[in-house]
Ligand binder design. Structure first.
Ligand code: NAI
Length: 353
């Protein structure tokens, strides 16, 4: 089944999820299985209606196809979106029902944590299906919290982009980090270790104080951090942080961070380019977490996962090379390379298309 969702966004398969007794109401959107099983997390969130959940799932599934393709993973893209029941609900019943739905897909969809879900939920899913990752780590094997891997991928990408765009090593740079949660805090430690100066901001004052003490970072307010006097801006909190207003306020010459969907609109990527600010596309640099999830599912060693995460800098280099060669902004160059990788997979494996 191929469904038109919006604009030119297509999903290969759409599975509606409904189990009234278990409180399950949602959708699994499989965007592509050309490169391998559709992989992407399970989001549990409030949605106004089924259409809103469906649209979000389709958009996120397409994003996962591009992220997985650009990370060189043998995985397609998919996403599950579940509508959070109102009031109290039986979480175990809900995730068992979800696990049964994943099992029925026979491996075409691999799930993991996302916004609103956690390790405990995935352990419940694992009672029903083997097509789940994000489970507690076993010694010497990938698994567990993906955030340190995401931080490492952002760090190596930032080092490459700083050298290329600013002509400087990280030790000569000031980096403003917006959000020092799981990824931002780990990134702050890596940057501190590399000798970078840091400016940090977070709505959680305890977190920001802890990171400032540990790394000697200056603390900025959550409103000031965007316009901080820094060479590099690292969004590690929210999406859509690069928008019409913020592009004008930015003083950094490079944007490189972990947050998903940093550009409010594609036009904001063009605005960055017009201002001469280098943008390291979010889904290229923040793939460390999904690489760890892939390693867990596909049975790689921890060393292989680390090597693949460290190659994120080289993958960013390929995107920026393509952007320069074609005269494209980096976010457009990344999308075009991702689509080409999927199309090449379709040619190699027509039976899976
Ligand atoms: P998190 O929830 O642990 O950290 C986010 C931090 O941002 C929190 O400390 C929160 O207080 C702070 N924050 C929220 N609003 C803020 C604001 N207006 N200004 C400043 N700080 C604010 O999330 P995590 O896991 O660190 O992820 C960060 C971003 O990276 C998210 O956009 C996430 O989707 C993305 N991402 C995370 C991955 C991972 O492995 N955890 C993988 C790929 C992307």
């Amino acid at each position: 089944m191929v469904l038109q969702v919006q604009g030119d966004s297509l999903v290969d398969e759409l599975v509606m999820l409904k189990d009234v007794d278990a409180g399950l109401d949602g959708v699994i959107a499989i965007h592509s299985t050309v490169l391998g099983p559709g992989a992407g997390g399970c989001r549990l969130w409030h949605y106004a209606d089924g259409d809103a959940a469906f649209t979000d799932a389709a958009r996120l599934a397409e994003g996962m196809s591009y992220k997985n393709a650009m990370a060189g993973l043998p995985l397609g893209g998919a996403k599950a979106v579940l509508r959070r029941p109102a009031g109290d609900f039986d979480r175990v019943a809900l995730f068992r029902a979800f696990g049964r739905a994943v099992a029925r897909l026979g491996g075409r969809y691999v799930t993991a944590e996302d916004v609103g879900t956690g390790v405990a939920d995935m352990e419940v899913v694992a009672r029903e299906t083997q097509h789940v990752a994000g489970l507690p780590q076993r010694a010497g094997r990938p698994g567990g919290d993906p955030s340190p891997h995401t931080a490492l991928g952002v760090f190596v990408s930032m080092a490459h982009a700083a050298r290329r765009g600013l002509g400087r090593e990280l030790a000569e740079c000031t980096v403003a980090i917006q959000g020092v949660g799981h990824v931002g805090e780990a990134l702050a430690h890596l940057l501190h270790g590399a000798g970078a100066r840091l400016i940090v901001a977070d709505v959680d004052s305890n977190r920001v104080a802890r990171v400032a003490v540990a790394t000697g970072a200056e603390v900025a307010s959550t409103t000031q951090v965007l316009a901080a006097q820094a060479d590099i801006f690292a969004p590690c909190a929210l999406g859509a942080v690069i928008n019409e207003r913020s592009v004008e306020a930015l003083r950094a010459q490079l944007v490189c961070g972990a947050a998903n969907n940093q550009l409010a609109t594609p036009g904001d990527g063009e605005r960055l380019a017009r201002r001469g600010i280098l943008y390291a596309p979010d889904y290229v640099v923040n793939a460390g977490g999904i690489i760890n999830v892939a390693g867990e599912y596909l049975g790689w060693t921890s060393e292989e996962v680390t090597a693949r995460v460290e190659a994120t800098g080289a993958r960013l280099a390929a995107v920026l090379d393509h952007a320069e060669a074609q005269g494209l902004p980096p976010h457009v160059a990344a999308d075009s390379l991702a689509r080409a990788a999927i199309a090449a997979g379709r040619v190699r494996a027509p039976a899976m298309a």
